[in-house]
Design a protein around this ligand. Structure first.
Ligand code: ATP
Ligand code: ZN
Ligand code: ZN
Length: 803
């Protein structure tokens, strides 16, 4: 087959098709689907993915592939298909989906070089090409007439390897090893032949007689206190040999993880894992929702299910939210499965990410623990996929392709006929509803493994604090409890719920929050024209000067940063030691880890932070959790704000009393009667689910309907509205009138970004099989305007951020 179908890296809607290229003679045998190539496209050279091979093309005058970038395919057949599905489902380009599946290094512009790994003679023409050098540029090879297959063979035999140079940085790391070049008895003989005064050489040989194994040159020099030139002399004498070997950059030192062994499961855990194991055994797909309170031992269930999978020679993918990829979490997986585990998260350097990815690709590991994109791990024999904290919104990518990792997980689970396990103490309404319907299999763990009660939660009404003259951010109760906890030598976690501050407006006297009369969602304050707006239905009204409920003039939007809390803490309680954890203090690599270690070592009394401290932390000495303002998320212009508040409060409460000491939680709020706050304080997920579902049904939000969000942006305000208007108009005509609602044009919450005006059209639908096709049509319709007028239309088929 000498023709390749290629998906090219061109961003235009009509390019979502394959182009045929001729495969030059020397690539014919080696080119397979899933490899990247460089092809001519108009006057340019661009990259592309080979998605098919064939003998005939309906086009004539095909151009030739310029270069093949990979020796092994970077995408498997499964991933090629999956990428298409992701692209179709999220309405993006195939090329965008493929690129999202690969580590950054493989997306960047780079050069390649060939590395010689052996002293042994290479095939004659390759030997000639290297001409005594260890490294040559790939171009040199390309310019030679050596057949590609010869190089591929040398690579397979590991005599030669390919090195990718990213911005002249080496992506693979090589280390020189030294080892004896003769049998040890011969080395001993040579040692005796050496003159007495050749002490350094004698020392070196003496070392190898005792330790005949290969050793890193650097280590050897240190151990024997010799120099490079001594080694060289012995190599020249044919007694030692050296070779280069690739080493992976290892961000985690395996030896640092204490080995752990399976615990005897509790009865609840046993009941939860049984049906999962059954599916593993039968090699069948199913989706499980493990709904377990914090500290109920969900992670142990994951570990033992994975164990089962590994014993069958299969692989496991574990997704955890980015911010809970703490050393604690990594430790639990590395502790159980050691170097079988690859870890993928954004704090790794590009080189480290690439190394972890290649460990997966070469099947050197069989477990990957990672953030969202790890769902595309190039395993080929997956036995289980686990999504921990399945309610986390970070599983949805907010960039193209706007996919949800849960959907991709289920797709892959179906392909590999393996179970997908979703775990959470506070499942999303979507997942729990599916479990109720029997679409997912539900397992419930309502007890902590330590048999301890969930920590007692008290709610403090901050309005009353204000009325009794306390204007600080700390209620009397919280202040006293902090003092008492510290006096007992125990520790405190303080959460400042900060997301979305200063957008909603609240009366500090009575707690009244202005909401939209039609949507049950807080109005957003627009500073520019001093208006309050609803981002779901476009309702608006002027910002009031006094509270419409109680006529107080304390109505305002307010903001508090962690830094201010820290200051105020040190004023109030000067002796208290605080570790502040927020985006500012954790920006540096490893900072997050360092702060947690300090806290674990009891170098501080209080861990103060934003959302990032709510999850996954397991400190035995934490007995008090305080939430400074539980409401701040409640009034975001987001129909999920109650759900998110419930989740956050439940998660953070779960940080207290996890081991022997009993825990206590204090929640400060201006709206103590809100059901999210009330029900989370009672750990009543079920009641929350029922109440929230009722509201979702009433106002027609997911999971009762599906949402799609089309955002139009244009430099000209009027044009932005016009285009959105036309889209709304067009869609209204083609959708099913009774069950589908098309809303808009509505200004995006942040209406002007970078001098572009953004308007939205939201579609609420139940069953609209043609919706994707219709939206695609619209995009095609406006192709010319997009090019000429700088019009931008983005589509999100599963919007989470309605911004
Ligand atoms: N079967 C068991 N026997 C004894 N201890 C257990 C068992 N299973 C888990 N544990 C311990 O209980 C604690 C809580 O378990 P784990 O962290 O797995 O719970 P979780 O449900 O994942 O919690 P969270 O959702 O809060 O992260 C851990 O310290 C763990 O080692
Ligand atoms: Zn008021
Ligand atoms: Zn509204």
């Amino acid at each position: 087959m000498n023709i390749a179908s290629v998906i090219v890296d061109v961003q235009a809607k009509s390019i979502n098709q394959t182009f045929d290229y001729l495969i030059p003679e020397r690539y014919v045998d080696i080119l397979t689907t899933g490899m990247r190539v460089i092809v001519p496209f108009g006057p340019r050279k661009i990259t592309g993915f080979v998605v098919g091979l064939k003998d005939n093309s309906e086009f004539d005058k095909l151009k030739e592939i310029i270069e093949v970038l990979d020796i092994e395919p970077v995408l498997t057949e499964e991933l090629l298909e999956l990428g298409k599905w992701v692209a179709d489902d999220t309405l993006t380009m195939y090329i965008t989906a493929y690129q999202a599946m690969l580590p950054q290094v493989l997306k960047a512009q780079y050069k390649k070089e060939l590395v010689r790994n052996t002293d042994e003679r290479l095939p004659e023409d390759l030997e000639f090409l290297f001409a005594g050098r260890d490294y040559i540029s790939f171009e040199e090879f390309e310019q030679s007439s050596i057949p590609y297959s010869k190089l591929q063979k040398a690579i397979q035999e590991t005599a030669i390897s390919i090195n990718y140079l990213v911005k002249s940085k080496i992506t693979k790391k090589y280390v020189t090893f030294v080892e004896p070049n003769k049998e040890i008895y011969l080395i001993e003989e040579s040692l005796m032949d050496l003159p007495q005064n050749a002490t350094k050489q004698r020392e070196l040989l003496g070392y190898f007689i005792k330790h005949p194994n290969p050793i890193e040159q650097g280590k050897l020099l240190k151990l024997t206190n010799t120099t490079r030139s001594t080694i060289k002399t012995l190599i020249e004498k044919g007694l030692l040999r050296e070779y280069k070997q690739e080493v992976y950059r290892n961000p985690y030192d395996e030896n640092a993880f204490e080995r752990t062994y399976p615990l005897t499961l509790t009865e609840q855990q046993e009941r939860a894992i049984l049906p999962i194991k059954e599916k593993i055994e039968k090699q069948e797909h199913d989706v499980f929702l493990v709904h377990g309170v914090t500290g109920s031992g969900k992670t142990e269930i994951y570990l033992q299910a994975i164990q089962e999978v590994l014993e069958k020679g299969k692989e496991a993918i574990v997704l955890v939210p980015e911010i809970s990829l703490t050393p604690q979490m990594v430790k639990r997986f590395k502790g159980r499965f050691g170097d079988k585990v690859a870890v993928m998260h954004s704090a790794l350097s590009n080189g480290e990410k690439y190394d972890e990815w290649r460990k997966i690709q070469s099947k050197e590991v069989s477990v990957v623990v990672g953030a969202r994109s790890a769902i595309f791990a190039p395993f080929e024999n997956i036995g289980i996929i686990i999504i921990d904290e399945e309610h986390e919104t970070t599983y949805k990518q907010e960039d193209q392709p706007r996919y949800h990792a849960r959907d991709v997980a289920i797709k892959r689970g179906q392909y590999h006929q393996c179970p997908v396990v979703l775990g959470s103490a506070t499942p999303t309404l979507e997942s729990f509803a599916r479990a109720q319907k029997g679409v997912y299999t539900l397992a419930t763990l309502d007890k902590r493994t330590n048999e301890k009660e969930m920590p007692e939660v008290s709610i403090v009404d901050m309005r009353e604090e204000l009325h009794s003259g306390n204007r600080s951010m700390f209620s009397q109760v919280l202040k006293e409890s902090i003092e008492q906890t510290i006096a007992r030598g125990e520790q405190i976690v303080l959460l400042l719920n900060r997301r979305g501050y200063s957008t909603f407006v609240m009366c500090r006297d009575c707690g009244h929050v202005k909401e939209c009369p039609h949507c049950d969602i807080a109005l957003t304050y627009h500073k520019r024209n001093n208006q309050l707006k609803c981002h779901y239905c476009s309702y608006e009204e002027p910002m009031p000067n006094v509270c419409p409920e109680c006529s107080s003039d304390s109505i305002r939007y307010f903001g508090t940063g962690t830094q201010r809390v820290e200051e105020s803490l040190s004023q109030l309680m000067p002796h208290v030691r605080v570790i502040r954890m927020d985006v500012d203090t954790t920006r540096k690599k490893g900072a997050h880890e360092k702060l947690l270690k300090q806290f674990a070592n009891k170098e501080a009394d209080i861990l103060l932070g934003t959302q990032m401290i709510a999850k996954g932390l397991d400190f035995g000495n934490v007995t008090l959790v305080g939430v400074l303002t539980a409401d701040s998320m409640l009034h975001l212009p987001d129909f999920r704000s109650s759900e998110k508040t419930f989740q956050l409060l439940t998660q953070v409460s779960g940080r207290a009393g996890r081991h022997e000491l009993p825990g206590q939680v204090i929640i400060q709020t201006y709206t103590p009667e809100h059901y999210s706050i009330q029900l989370s304080s009672q750990y009543d997920y079920k009641q929350f689910f029922l109440q929230e579902m009722h509201i979702r049904r009433k106002f027609r939000y997911p999971p009762y309907v599906f949402l799609a969000l089309i955002t139009v942006s244009h430099p000209n305000h009027v044009r932005a509205i016009q285009f959105t208007q036309r889209i709304v108009h067009y869609l209204s005509k083609v959708v099913q009138e009774e069950t589908t609602t098309v809303l808009g044009p509505t200004p995006s919450p942040v209406t002007r970004v970078k001098d572009r005006y953004r308007y939205q059209c939201m579609i609420k639908y139940k069953n609209e099989p043609d919706l994707r096709r219709n939206i695609k049509k619209i995009i095609n319709l406006y192709e010319e305007e997009m090019r000429k007028e700088n019009l931008l239309i983005t589509v999100d088929m599963q919007p989470y951020h309605l911004m």
